[in-house]
Ligand binder design. Sequence first.
Ligand code: CO
Length: 136
Amino acid sequence: MSGPVGLDHVAVAVHDLDAAVRRYESLGLRCQHVEDVPSEGVRVAFLPAGEAALELLQPLQPDGPVARFLQARGEGLHHVALRVPDLDAALERARAAGVRVLEPAPRLGSRGRRVAFLHPKDTSGVLVELVEAARR
Ligand code: CO
């Protein structure tokens, strides 16, 4: 439950998950895990890259946030995820610094981790996800 904040993953929104996985595997990454995350309306693939991972996101339905992102902007970088040892403490620290948290409470993201998103206007235009490190 302790440790420094680190880069957990970088997420890219895609239209076709299988095609995107093949493309990144051709660059030498390996898909480790594919999962549907109904709370976020996406199917995700994780491709570890050193201590962090590439997360590919494909919408599961046409009206979710990632689907709207793709309609508005096309495929591309969707969010950056930081791994934090204690999500509640990290959210308290963010709020105290004037950074808005997008949901009132953390929810369960992929891999069973607790996650929360920060308002991109408060983080230099990047959607930032905070992911609680796996408890040991
Ligand atoms: Co993510």
